[in-house]
Design a protein around this ligand. Structure first.
Ligand code: ADP
Ligand code: ADP
Length: 217
C-alpha cells in the first residue's frame, strides 16, 4: 500500500531523519514508537505529504507522492489519506455529522452521498445518536471518534494518526485503539499510528521503533 525509500529530513544543519525505509501492506496497523525527539512526527508528516522530504520518495499504491505539488497534492491527500491528531480539530459551530462531511464536500462528492456515508460511519463508530451534537456537547472519546469518522469519509487508502489517544484517559484510549482494530478487520483499513502508549502499541500488527532519526527495529 505504502512504500517509503531512504527518507531524510534536514532542518538547516540538523538531520532529523537519517535514511528511513517503510513498507506498509493493505490492512496492516503499523505503530511508530520511540522517545521524544526521535523523529516520529516528522516521519508521519512525510508519509502523509504534510511535509516534503529532503531526499527519498514516498509511494502510495502506484503514485509517487513526492512528485505531487500544489492543488494536485492537496486534492490527492484529501481523497486518499485520512488524518487523526492528538487534538480533534473539529469545527465548533458544526454538528458531528457536518464535521464528518467536510472532507467529502471538499472532494466534490455528491452531497447526499457524503451525508449518507457520514451517517453510516458515525453509526458504525457507535455515535448514531450523536449526529446532531456539536463538539462541546460530546465527551473527549466521542469527539475523537467523530475525528476518526471524518478521517474515513473519503474511503482513504491509509489513515495516519499522530498520538490519537494522547488526550484520552486509559479507558477511552483502549476503546479507540480497539476501534482501529475493528476497522482493520471489517474494512481492511490500513493505519500508521504514532503513539507513546506502551500498552496499545504491542496490539498493532507491527511496531517500528525509532531512535535518533532512524528505525532501529
Ligand atoms: P518525535 O515525534 O519523535 O517526538 P519529531 O519528529 O517531532 O520527534 O522531532 C524530531 C526532531 O526534529 C526534534 O529534534 C525536533 O526538535 C526537530 N524538529 C521537528 N520539527 C522541526 C522544525 N520545524 N524545525 C526544526 N527542528 C524541528
Ligand atoms: P502536535 O504535534 O503538537 O500535537 P498538531 O497535532 O496540532 O501538533 O499538529 C501537528 C502538525 O499537523 C502541524 O504541522 C499542523 O500544521 C498539522 N495539522 C494539524 N491539523 C491538521 C489538519 N486538520 N489538516 C492538516 N494538517 C494539520
Amino acid at each position: 500500500m505504502l512504500v517509503a525509500r531512504n527518507l531524510t529530513k534536514n532542518y538547516s544543519n540538523l538531520q532529523v531523519l537519517k535514511g528511513v525505509d517503510v513498507t506498509v501492506e493493505k490492512g496492516e496497523i503499523v505503530t511508530i514508537v520511540g522517545s521524544s525527539g526521535a523523529g516520529k512526527s516528522t516521519l508521519l508528516h512525510l508519509l502523509g505529504t504534510l511535509d516534503t522530504p529532503s531526499s527519498g520518495e514516498v509511494w502510495l499504491r502506484d503514485m509517487n507522492l513526492t512528485a505531487l505539488r500544489g492543488n494536485a497534492l492537496a486534492d490527492f491527500r484529501n481523497r486518499h489519506i485520512g488524518f487523526i491528531f492528538q487534538f480533534h480539530h473539529l469545527l465548533p459551530e458544526f454538528t458531528a455529522l457536518e464535521n464528518v462531511c467536510v472532507p467529502g464536500f471538499i472532494a466534490g462528492t455528491r452531497k447526499a452521498e457524503v451525508r449518507k456515508r457520514a451517517a453510516f460511519l458515525l453509526d458504525t463508530l457507535g455515535l448514531g445518536d450523536r449526529v446532531d451534537h456539536k463538539p462541546n456537547e460530546l465527551s473527549g472519546g466521542e469527539q475523537q471518534r467523530v475525528a476518526v469518522a471524518r478521517a474515513l469519509i473519503n474511503t482513504p487508502d491509509i489513515v495516519m494518526a499522530d498520538e490519537p489517544t494522547g488526550n484520552l484517559d486509559s479507558k477511552n484510549a483502549r476503546e479507540l485503539h480497539q476501534l482501529f482494530l475493528d476497522l482493520r478487520d471489517q474494512f481492511r483499513q490500513t493505519f500508521i499510528i504514532v503513539t507513546h502508549n506502551e500498552e496499545l502499541a504491542p496490539m498493532s500488527d507491527r511496531q517500528l521503533v525509532m531512535k535518533d532519526g532512524k528505525i532501529i527495529s
